[in-house]
Design a protein around this ligand. Structure first.
Ligand code: FMN
Length: 358
């Protein structure tokens, strides 16, 4: 029988939810809420206030992140010998999409503890990787068991990587010259481990890949007026070039796309993203999402220059022209680089489990 606090009385549900909150989210905003329904169902809801971001246009990134939660729940459920059923209750009109998952003991479910371990270890790695291709066998294992309705493109030819690296560069030029994005980025940085432990929401400075001088560099760049003045000396180009080099020096890039830009499609994409990411972790490979180019382009396609500065127009137009060619009718949901690199020694912070429960 279920007690007053289901997290206390139901260790199965607790284990599932602990897995759920290890899922990735844009800027580590953790935009989910869970409602425990009876002893065998969990409702997943999006939290708009935590999700708010210039990049999260139409909450698409948040929906993707709901998909990554689903995949974590699935991995944990399977490992615990539970069958897993999802009902996607959202439609494109409703305000708050909702997904409900139900679990049932099922002796047929194959147990895979190594996948759970990889899911719990999974984390972003923003360091440079070695410019060598991952072994074909590893890639095949990662791409095994694809999700229906989501396309994964492996970008491994040098010419193609160069094209994408150029688009990543252009998008980052916008990122570093945009006052709203600048403000948002700095509001999300956790500048010390004390701050990280206190808030447990946002981007820990030592995980940003900016090296040992990260705190001084970021503090220096924090005032927008200074950043604006530094544009005259090409600071945005220098920072954007770093992202370009990271992409160029990666083994492969991967693009996850969907045939139609629907809410359900974005959730499916998230499930696929997490499946690839956990698979990469199992194979000892590092992953770094580079989504700015896709998210800025979605906004530009729907709203044109609203929300951007005049100086961004040529950059946005070059991105749009190229993405039109590279994506065709598909919607690009996630772009990441994958490769061999120095592993992260721990995972990113999360809020306490209790704070996610309705
Ligand atoms: C939709 C989405 C977009 C993301 N975009 C980026 C990105 O452009 N650059 C980046 O470094 N990380 C990106 N991330 C990774 C998050 O920053 C990361 O998941 C979060 O900080 C939590 O860290 P963890 O994944 O290591 O647990 C993205 C994640 C999601 C779900």
């Amino acid at each position: 029988m279920q007690g007053k606090d289901p997290l206390e009385s139901n260790s199965e549900i607790r284990r599932l939810l602990e897995a759920a909150i290890r899922a990735p989210s844009g800027d580590n905003c953790q935009p989910w809420r869970f409602r425990i329904q009876g002893t065998d169902s969990i409702g997943i809801y999006m939290v708009a206030e935590r999700a708010r971001s210039f990049f999260d246009y139409g909450m698409r990134g948040t929906m993707l992140s709901v998909g990554t939660v689903l995949e974590n729940l699935r991995i944990q459920a399977v490992s615990d010998g539970l069958s897993f059923e999802v009902s996607y209750r959202m439609d494109d009109q409703s305000e708050m999409p909702e997904v409900v998952v139900s679990f049932r003991p099922d002796a047929q479910v194959p147990n895979d503890p190594s996948r759970v371990a990889a899911m719990l270890r999974r984390t972003v790695n923003r360091r440079p990787f070695l410019p060598i291709q991952p072994a074909q066998k590893k890639l095949e294992a990662i791409l095994d068991n694809p999700l229906k309705g989501v396309e994964v493109t492996v970008i491994n030819r040098r010419r193609d990587i160069r094209q994408w690296a150029r688009l990543i560069y252009l998008a980052d030029r916008i990122r570093y010259t945009h006052p709203v994005i600048h403000e948002e980025l700095f509001s999300k940085i956790l500048f010390s481990s004390e701050q990280a432990q206190k808030h447990r929401l946002g981007l820990e400075i030592d995980r940003l890949g900016a090296g040992p001088a990260a705190v001084s560099i970021m503090r220096f760049l924090q005032p927008w007026e200074r950043m604006k003045r530094l544009q005259r000396f090409g600071v945005d180009r220098a920072l954007a070039n770093q992202s370009r080099f990271l992409a160029l020096a990666s083994g492969v890039l991967m693009l996850v796309s969907i045939p139609q830009d629907t809410r359900k499609g974005w959730i499916f994409a998230g499930e696929q993203v997490e499946r690839l990411w956990v698979g990469a972790e199992e194979q000892g490979l590092c992953v770094h999402p580079m989504t700015v180019v896709l998210f800025l382009n979605q906004r530009f396609r729907e709203e044109g220059m609203a929300g951007f500065l005049a100086q961004h127009r040529p950059l946005l137009e070059e991105i749009d022209e190229n993405l039109n060619r590279l994506l065709g009718d598909k919607t690009g949901t996630m772009l990441f680089r994958m490769g061999t690199g120095l592993r992260m020694k721990d995972t990113a912070v999360r809020m306490p489990l209790e704070s996610f429960i309705d």
